[in-house]
Design a protein around this ligand. Structure first.
Ligand code: GTP
Ligand code: MG
Ligand code: ZN
Length: 356
């Protein structure tokens, strides 16, 4: 039997979603391409169109993580002749990328949903930082997507600098694929293009100014996204302010992101387990199930370290990340702004609802 959502596969739809789609027969399925203040830009086989959240949806969902974000699949009702759709339901997320929300220890701030790969971008020139890289890895693995590392601006550093950065990553026990690349010389660009698979979703994250939008423009083939100059130190100025899902000619789906400031980590326990798979594999052999691998008798991780199977640095990183996992270092001003933006979003959506 022909699958009723076949046309959506190009946008990332698959059997996993098919089995979980709870839409009414009269509803359409669509993917969120962007979220603007009180409207969402959706895309499906009919192309792009705007939509709002239904009153009942807003009534029943109060936390930000329950609202559709870029990459989500939704059930949407579209009356004939009405160009504004009404979102009725959110289809379960297969993966997500989220960070701990401002001020609230259990609420999550959604970055994107249903991503296959998160491309963590750091610039060799000013931005390279192993500790931050590890935090990103934890965040990615926690959400169930595959991480991938890009080191940009290789044209601005001596080859030795790049080599030592690569060595630093390797010695931390990180085995995630890494691609060095320059948007200026275009070295590495073809390698990246080969890695981008049709129907898969790639979310680009990293500090402001590392070249995320410049890179996506190169992949698109024209200046679709705005890019910005960097300061003397190489820091960016937060040029990108909107997340957007874009389909490349080759069929891959990419999401550009605003530059990220510091972020808190969610569920770091699970994330670290994936990042340092050697440690988590061995830890199942510890005598105590909740072993912290610091000084417990019968600790298999410590034994493996003494036997030279796990490096002391990897274990140290493991402890460090775990300690940081409850720590959220977004600035106070940023927290306040996030709260306000979200409050405005709900308020204006409710107002429009009354008008309608
Ligand atoms: N030399 C050099 N400059 C680059 C490279 N990639 C990007 N740039 C420059 O870096 C600046 C910032 O690039 P953007 O693409 O705007 O950076 P971004 O990561 O999107 O930044 P935000 O949107 O603020 O998060 C621009 O002036 C780019 O031309 C590169 O590989 N080499
Ligand atoms: Mg940008
Ligand atoms: Zn242990």
């Amino acid at each position: 039997m022909k699958n009723q959502h076949d046309e959506l596969h190009e946008l990332g739809w698959n059997d996993w979603f098919e089995q979980r789609a709870v839409c009414k027969p009269t509803d359409a399925v669509a993917r969120v391409a962007a979220v603007d203040r009180d409207q969402l830009l959706l895309v499906n086989q009919a192309g792009h169109f705007r939509a709002k959240l239904s009153g009942s949806y807003l009534h029943h969902h109060h936390v930000s993580q329950e609202l559709p974000c870029v990459g989500d699949w939704v059930c949407v009702e579209r009356q004939r002749g009405d160009d504004l759709g009404m979102i009725r339901a959110l289809i379960e997320r297969r993966t997500s990328l989220r960070r701990k929300s401002a001020g609230n220890s259990i609420e999550h701030q959604m970055i994107a949903a249903n991503i296959d790969y998160v491309v963590i971008v750091q610039s060799c020139q000013f931005d390279f930082n192993l500790n931050r890289l590890e935090r990103y890895l934890v965040m990615v693995l926690d959400g169930g997507a595959e991480p991938f590392i890009l080191l940009t601006k290789t044209d601005l550093v001596d080859p030795n600098v790049l080599a030592s950065q690569l060595a630093e990553i390797a010695s931390a026990g990180i085995t995630v694929p890494i691609l060095p690349l320059s948007n200026v010389t275009r070295d590495g660009l073809d390698d990246l293009k080969r890695l981008l698979l049709p129907g898969k979703t790639y979310c680009f994250v990293g500090s402001s100014g590392v070249g995320k939008s410049t890179l996506i423009n190169q992949l698109i083939g024209h200046q679709r996204l705005e890019t910005g100059v960097v300061s003397g130190t190489g820091e960016g100025r937060h040029t990108t302010v909107r997340r957007e899902l874009i389909r490349l000619e080759g069929g891959a789906l990419v999401i550009d992101n605003p530059g990220m400031r510091e972020f808190g980590i969610l569920g770091a326990d699970r994330g670290i387990g994936g990042s340092y798979s050697s440690i988590s594999a061995v830890s199942s052999l510890c005598r105590y199930r909740n072993c912290s691998h610091t000084d417990e008798p019968g600790c298999a991780v410590l034994a493996a370290m003494h036997a030279g199977e796990i490096s002391p640095e990897s274990l140290e990183n493991f402890h460090k990340l775990r300690k940081e996992s409850n720590f959220n270092d977004m600035s106070y001003a940023e927290k306040r702004k996030k709260d306000r933006d979200f409050g405005r979003y709900i308020k204006s959506a409710k107002k429009d609802l009354r008008k309608g």
